[in-house]
Design a protein around this ligand. Structure first.
Ligand SMILES: C[S@@+](CC[C@H](N)C(=O)[O-])C[C@H]1O[C@@H](n2cnc3c(N)ncnc32)[C@H](O)[C@@H]1O
Length: 385
């Protein structure tokens, strides 16, 4: 979590520290769950691009510790927080609570905790960066775009999996839910950022296809850019329902959104492949060809059984119309929830809480070292006169 002055006034940044979450992203997952009931009947989950680990914390607290974060609990916590915002000084007890929890989280072993673990629950989290231990969560430090990560993940999910002898890439005990909050270091070059993000998304989808069980769910961060409708149509090849969701805790000013794909239905004869991953060559296009056109399958403006209205745009231009599809857009999170674009005023007496989980290996550490070695020769701040 950054510490810019905007962040300090961002309610979710402060609320995350109040409640002991490692990052404000925890609220995005909680608000997505509020809308889509993501964790219902889920015991095996893979969290991709998981550092510093706030999504894994949510998984651990909901699935292992059986904590409830439904609308009621959320509103209760929020009401308390609003009260403290009015008083503008965090209560000593809430600070102690969150620090206590952090100590618990950080102090736990890297595998299932004997006292709290539900033996039927398996959570595997992966990131390029190290993730501090969490109760009941297996953490892997790996690159999700690298083919060697798939056998690593399969082995973590199923210790009897042997990449040497196994001809079957599918895990023996497949996964109910794959979530990915992957984001590259944003360059500010819009098209490049969207391209790199889409490569992360394809890597996440590829991994998901290797481990998801039929009926499983896939949730991933996307940057909504030009041609995102091509992506929605591609996801529709594998999942019965594809929604694009914007939690209230995700800044409206950001192009970030989340695809929520429900009911994994691999096309007949489809096998996830490391040699020919999705996003490379014509494999996806061929699968789309095999399938009926998703646009003609869906009836325009029809409410499905969740009461969600699908809006299909009829006038998509270009010859590849049949490869495009507009996923229903859903804003989620209670309307009374904090606005992530608003700045909330802090009083003079406001006490800022320390980060719940200081970064373990932040990329800027090396830059600081280099700057020190060079006697501050580069990257010196320019002082305005
Ligand atoms: C927005 S953060 C994820 C936050 C996390 N969901 C949480 O709640 O704490 C994005 C993460 O993506 C990770 N990432 C980016 N590219 C990756 C890759 N190729 N493989 C694995 N992780 C990657 C980054 O290291 C970073 O930790």
């Amino acid at each position: 979590m950054g510490k810019s002055s905007k962040d300090k006034r961002d309610a979710y940044y402060r609320l995350a520290k109040e409640q002991g979450w490692r990052a404000r992203s925890a609220f995005k997952l909680l608000q997505l769950d509020e809308e889509f009931n993501l964790f219902e009947n889920v015991t095996r989950v893979v969290d991709l691009c998981a550092a510093p680990g706030s999504w894994s914390q949510v998984l651990s607290r909901v699935l292992i510790k059986n904590e409830k974060f439904g609308r009621c609990a959320w509103e209760d916590r929020e009401a308390q927080f609003r009260q403290r915002m009015l008083n503008l000084i965090p209560s000593a007890s809430s600070q102690e609570d969150s620090q206590q929890e952090t100590k618990q989280d950080v102090g736990m072993a890297n595998t299932q905790d004997e006292t709290t673990a539900r033996p039927d629950v398996k959570i595997v989290s992966i990131d390029l960066q190290p993730i501090s231990p969490l109760p009941g969560v297996i953490t892997l430090r790996a690159d999700i775009t690298h083919p060697a990560t798939v056998p690593l993940l399969l082995k973590a999910l199923d210790p009897s999996y042997d990449p040497e002898t196994s001809t079957n890439q599918q895990a023996q005990h497949p996964v109910d839910l794959v979530i990915s909050d992957g984001a590259p270091d944003v360059t500010g070059l819009h098209d490049l950022d969207i391209y790199v993000q889409s490569q992360l998304l394809f890597a996440a989808l590829n991994l998901a296809l290797c481990v998801l069980k039929p009926g499983g769910k896939f949730v991933a961060k996307i940057f909504r850019g030009r041609n995102v409708d091509l992506l929605y149509a591609q996801l529709k090849v594998f999942f019965e329902k594809v929604h694009v969701a914007k939690p209230r805790s995700s800044r409206a000013s950001s192009v970030e959104a989340f695809i929520v794909c429900i009911n994994f239905q691999p096309p007949e004869g489809f096998k996830a492949s490391l040699e020919e991953p999705l996003g490379v060559g014509s494999r996806l296009a061929e699968l789309q060809e095999q399938q009926q056109d998703p646009i003609s399958q869906a009836e325009p403006s029809k409410a499905d059984d969740d009461g969600i209205t699908e809006v299909i745009l009829e006038d998509l231009s270009g010859s590849d119309n049949k490869n495009r599809w507009i996923a229903p857009f859903i804003a989620c999170g209670d309307l009374s929830a904090f606005d992530s674009d608003a700045s909330y005023k802090l009083a003079a007496g406001h006490v800022s809480l320390p980060p719940v989980q200081p970064p373990t290996a932040p990329p800027y550490k090396r830059a600081i070292e280099l700057r020190r070695q060079n006697g501050g020769a580069y990257g010196k701040p320019v002082v305005a006169k």
